[in-house]
Design a protein around this ligand. Structure first.
Ligand SMILES: [Zn+2]
Length: 194
């Protein structure tokens, strides 16, 4: 029920418009030094999702300070790209979640749907079960959600909390916006003694 939407090109176009507004907010903020920001997008080569990803998926929106003595880069959060992973954030959530629950999808089925191999899926599951729960982001967000989400059920529990039947596109937007703080540098840092 979750995956039809993600194989649809219009969904990815929609997420790009969300990224554009996140980028615009970052540009308006400017650089910490007071300088203005110029576009300096990163080239990307994403995998997964649908066959015909829009052209705009060949880069991640990013900026660079215009001042010569600064030139600092600023990369806004994204609902499309999760860190440096070659797979799109929504795919990293969805495929790992589809291996969970009472009737998990088979690896070869997921491979057919999203072109993701067994070792990649294993890596993502490890990421959600071991790394992600230890991040500062999750420790704070978990309280904020007040859903009593079980760490062992990540990321399926996130899908169940956010995605409902009525307007899945909008729900995905909210889920990916919720996760967007982990898409910037330092967003997945593990803090404290867990
Ligand atoms: Zn600057």
């Amino acid at each position: 029920m979750y995956h039809e939407l993600l194989r649809n090109a219009s969904f990815w176009t929609f997420l790009f418009t969300v990224d554009e507004s996140l980028a615009e907010a970052a540009r308006e903020e400017g650089c910490a030094c007071g300088g203005r920001l110029h576009r300096a997008n990163y080239p990307r080569k994403p995998n997964g999702g649908c066959q015909n990803l829009p052209e705009c998926y060949k880069f991640r929106l990013s900026f660079c300070c215009e001042r010569d003595n600064c030139r600092k880069r600023k990369t806004p959060p994204s609902v499309r790209f999760l860190g440096r992973k070659v797979y799109l954030g929504a795919i990293v959530v969805l495929v790992a979640a589809m291996r969970q629950g009472s009737s998990p999808r088979r690896v070869h089925e997921l491979n057919k749907l999203f072109g993701v191999g067994e070792s990649t899926i294993a890596r993502w599951r490890k990421f959600w079960s071991e790394h992600f729960p230890q991040t500062k982001f999750w420790k704070v967000a978990r309280c904020r959600l007040q859903l009593g989400l079980a760490t062992a059920e990540l990321p399926l529990a996130l899908l169940q909390a956010f995605i409902h039947d009525k307007d899945p596109r909008e729900d995905w937007k909210h889920l990916l916006l919720f996760l967007s703080p982990i898409t910037i540098t330092g967003g997945l840092v593990i803090e404290g003694n867990f």
